[in-house]
Write a protein that binds this ligand. Structure first.
Ligand code: GUN
Length: 283
């Protein structure tokens, strides 16, 4: 049976450190603030946003929530973001994705000033990640790296396979593994011999959004398996992209869903918000 990499435990340790830093800033008269924007009624997004607000509350970070109706226009959203860009109390701005179809996601993301872009989605921050000169790391990939390091797993020289090539997870994940000196392969829906590619991995990171897609025959004996998926199985139960029951019999270590990568993503968002507050107050 694989070692379970416990995201709740690791995120608690990360958050404890953040809380101490938030308190220390507060003593210097600096309050840390995060604005969270949600447009429409997507149930999953509502849960994610509620979890982000809860984490802010736990850590002494002030959260400013903007729940906007699904009919909100680009102009209305841009005008809110401009107001938040200029609000000194707001250190970080997060616009929960996906946005309703009629909204221009690229335009909206680009309108958040890079200094407050705690998701690290703005092209300027994406570019900085590429060259290894970053202020913020994208939350989910950063959370994965933190889990790997915390578990004492070496990345240098290892064969890492990332399944998924999204801008939010797959692409930045590959870049961060590369910064940690791993040899990285990115697989996706058009990859030929996906099974063989996955079975070559010392560290396998799966982010494709398909319930229980990765089965034991796709995993090398003793491999480290990181499951970024948040899916529902045939009974509507929360599960990941990895078939935990079979893969955990073969892997060396594995992250569960829930209780794996999810809590780490939120901890990294809090860390980025703290970094933003520190930088904005050091000028
Ligand atoms: N939707 C799914 N994941 C994320 C995330 O990390 N940030 C934002 N803003 N939206 C998301």
């Amino acid at each position: 049976m694989a070692k379970i990499i416990d995201g709740r435990e690791i995120s608690a340790a990360v958050k404890q450190q953040i809380k101490e830093d938030v308190v220390s800033l507060y003593k210097q008269g600096i309050e840390v603030g995060l604005a969270v924007i949600i447009v429409g009624d997507d149930p999953a997004s509502k849960v994610y946003v509620a979890n982000k607000e809860k984490a802010c509350e736990q850590l002494g970070i002030t959260s400013y929530k903007y729940a906007l109706p699904a009919e909100t226009t680009n102009e209305e959203l841009l005008s809110l973001i401009e107001k938040l860009n200029n609000d000194k109390k707001v250190n970080g701005i997060l616009c929960q994705l996906p946005l309703p179809k009629h909204l221009d996601e690229k335009l909206i993301i680009n309108s958040i000033v890079p200094e407050k872009d705690v998701d690290a989605f703005h092209p300027q921050n994406v570019g900085k990640i590429m060259i290894g000169d970053f202020d913020f790391l994208p939350c989910t990939p950063a959370g994965v790296i933190e889990m790997i390091k915390y578990s004492g797993i070496e990345m240098s020289g290892k064969k890492c396979v990332v399944v998924g090539r999204s801008n939010i997870v797959g692409k930045p994940m590959a870049m961060l593994l590369l910064h940690n000196n791993a040899t990285v392969t990115v697989c996706h829906s058009r990859t030929v011999n996906l099974k063989e590619e996955c079975a070559n991995a010392d560290i396998l990171v799966v982010a494709i959004g398909k319930a229980k897609f990765v089965t034991a025959d796709m995993v090398k004996e003793g491999a480290i398996v990181i499951d970024v998926g948040m899916d529902r199985d045939e009974n509507g139960k929360l599960c990941g992209d990895v078939d935990f029951d079979s893969v955990s019999q073969k892997a060396g270590a594995i992250t569960p869903v829930p209780g794996g990568v999810g809590p780490m993503t939120i901890a990294m968002l809090m860390k980025n918000t703290l970094t933003a507050a520190k930088k904005q107050n050091s000028k």
